[in-house]
Design a protein around this ligand. Structure first.
Ligand SMILES: Cc1cc2nc3c(=O)[nH]c(=O)nc-3n(C[C@H](O)[C@H](O)[C@H](O)COP(=O)(O)OP(=O)(O)OC[C@H]3O[C@@H](n4cnc5c(N)ncnc54)[C@H](O)[C@@H]3O)c2cc1C
Length: 308
């Protein structure tokens, strides 16, 4: 444990290097996640650009843990918060977009949805699905996000990452060994930008596809609720939502958390849920599905931090 909030004698802020970006002590992380739950970051660091991030990583005391978050759309941050420093790439330097033929390079801090108008303007098709995934480009790569029959791995060209020592590398698909909603991804890697390849397409066709995909989501998923998307990975050849339904978990509740009635692999914070409510509900579902089907569901939502 580190710092004043987490029981150490001195606040960690005093031991952090001078940076151009911003440190926020005891930062509420709930407002950085789609679930809207979770305790504070001991310190939230918003770097100004990649050089600022490097300065921080090179000069920070080695024992202080670092956690990177993106748009928080796949996170369940526990009620006790996250010890150490949480980094979020939110400055304009991390949101740049550039095109080279059919390839687009987007900064890790860019919201996926903000790629929409750029892709339409440049007539770059094949990447519409990216814009419909909540969250940001860094998280998109980390989770090998996918939908509508595509995954990031299918369109991935390269990415720049910074490791825990502040060194920047250009990586290719071989470095990631992509698999379903996952990749070989060392914990200290921070994605700086990602290059994806599409194809030339008519802007009106791209827009039509994007609109259809968003409409489908709205119809089938509780997209306007406090949720983190699919809670559990689909076991090979099976669908998690079906297993959950068949195991009698539709409508299950714990405190302010409940199984969505629109899509039962989505858990919802009805407003006053704690992270503990949501995690307990998830664990209850795992147990019930195992009892009924002998299959153990695996969390797709990433759980972080400490319990209260
Ligand atoms: C309504 C809804 C629908 C969804 N539908 C889909 C879907 O169709 N398909 C799908 O795949 N997912 C879906 N999701 C889940 C989620 O949107 C994706 O996993 C998304 O890619 C997460 O991105 P993020 O920026 O929010 O990352 P976060 O949730 O903030 O973090 C996810 C992981 O990425 C890491 N990370 C974030 N940024 C970086 C970075 N710069 N460098 C290194 N690591 C980083 C974090 O440490 C964490 O491990 C859905 C979620 C919601 C709420």
């Amino acid at each position: 444990m580190f710092g004043r909030l987490f029981g150490a004698k001195t606040p960690i802020l005093d031991s952090l290097p001078e940076v151009r970006g911003k440190y926020i002590e005891n930062a509420k992380l709930a407002k950085h996640t789609w679930f809207g739950v979770g305790g504070p970051a001991e310190v939230l660091f918003l770097p100004e650009d990649a050089d600022d991030l490097r300065t921080f990583l090179v000069r920070k005391p080695e024992e202080i843990p670092v956690t990177i978050i993106g748009g928080g759309s796949n996170l369940l941050i526990r009620d006790g918060g996250i010890p150490g420093v949480v980094i979020k790439l939110d400055a304009p330097a991390f949101k740049k977009v550039s095109f080279n033929g059919t390839e687009v390079t987007a900064g890790a801090g860019l919201r996926n949805i903000d790629l929409k108008k750029e892709l339409i303007a440049h007539g770059t098709g094949g990447l519409e699905f990216v814009c419909s995934v909540p969250g940001r480009i860094g998280g998109l790569l980390r989770s090998n996000a996918g939908c509508f029959g595509n995954t990031v791995a299918d369109v991935f060209v390269k990415a720049h990452i910074m490791n825990g020592w502040g060194n920047v590398y250009e990586t290719t698909a071989e470095d990631f060994n992509f698999s379903y909603r996952s990749s070989m991804f060392p914990d200290d890697w921070i994605v700086l930008d990602v290059t994806l390849n599409g194809h030339m397409a008519a802007p009106e066709e791209i827009k039509k596809t994007m609109d259809e995909q968003m409409a489908y989501r709205k119809k089938t998923q509780p997209v306007n609720q406090k949720t983190a998307g699919s809670t559990f990975k689909n076991p090979e050849g099976l669908q998690a939502w079906k297993l959950i339904k068949e195991s009698g978990c539709a409508g299950l509740k714990v405190g302010g958390a409940e199984v969505s009635d629109k899509h039962c692999n989505f858990l919802i914070n009805r407003g006053k849920a704690t992270a503990e409510d949501i995690e307990e509900l998830g664990e209850m579902i795992i147990e019930k599905v195992k009892e009924k089907t002998a299959i153990t569901l695996e969390w797709e939502v990433r759980r972080m931090g400490v319990k209260k």
